[in-house]
Ligand binder design. Structure first.
Ligand code: ZN
Length: 214
């Protein structure tokens, strides 16, 4: 099921995104045999899309808004990674690396690690499986091979379901001065104290392509 930006319910409040150091719980399976209720699920998806759009993200995992269930959303993109006006929800997602394609480094941002880009090594190609919600509230199992950017976002979001983020999986991206400053501030980063203020400063000094947040 697509969640279209144009069809978002204005009465549903945008939830706050929580910082990575508060995502400590591994998520449990979304109950596909007996859904939590189609209405509740659809409202949750709307909240997730709103939270994601608020900070110009391309994806969001449920734990990022304090829901510890195996679910994330990813914005659909065209062939040139230009965002389209709809998201797809991935319930109980899993993936396996297509190992022969290897890994590649890439710069990632995260809505739960505001303003701090990290360099993360990810598998280039993955075989993904998940449950897709149908309009009538039932679920259908899906399988697809993803490569490049989509594979990267999928791995990023899936990590959140295992209580991981780019802070665990990558290294800070920036010039030496900024990295040194990051190390100096590691304590701040680890506690999450003033992370937002700090992050703005670091991000202001970094140049180059703006990373996509998810
Ligand atoms: Zn993230």
């Amino acid at each position: 099921m697509h969640i279209r930006i144009s069809e978002l319910n204005p009465e549903i409040k945008t939830p706050q995104i929580i910082l990575f150091n508060r995502i400590k719980t591994k998520s449990i399976a979304y109950n596909t045999a007996k859904p939590i209720s189609a209405a509740e699920t659809k409202a949750l998806l709307q909240k997730m899309v709103k939270a994601c759009l608020e900070d110009d993200g391309v994806g969001l995992a449920a734990p990022q808004i304090n829901i510890f269930k195996q679910l994330f959303i990813i914005r659909e993109m065209d062939g040139e990674n230009k965002p389209l006006e709809r998201f797809i929800a991935y319930f109980n997602p899993e993936w396996r690396a297509v190992a022969e394609d290897g890994k590649e480094e890439g710069i990632e941002g995260c809505l739960s690690v505001p303003g701090l880009p990290f360099e993360v090594s990810r598998w280039k190609t993955i075989d993904a499986t998940w449950w897709e919600l149908q309009e009538d509230g039932s679920f259908v199992e899906r399988k697809e091979r993803f490569t490049g950017y989509k594979a990267r976002v999928f791995q990023h979001e899936h990590a959140h379901l295992r209580a991981r983020s780019i802070v665990d999986d990558g290294k800070p991206h920036g010039d030496d001065r900024l990295i040194a400053e990051d190390k100096k501030q590691q304590k701040v980063l680890n506690t999450g104290a003033n992370l937002k203020n700090k992050a703005v400063k670091v991000s202001g000094g970094a140049s180059g392509a703006r990373p996509k947040y998810s």
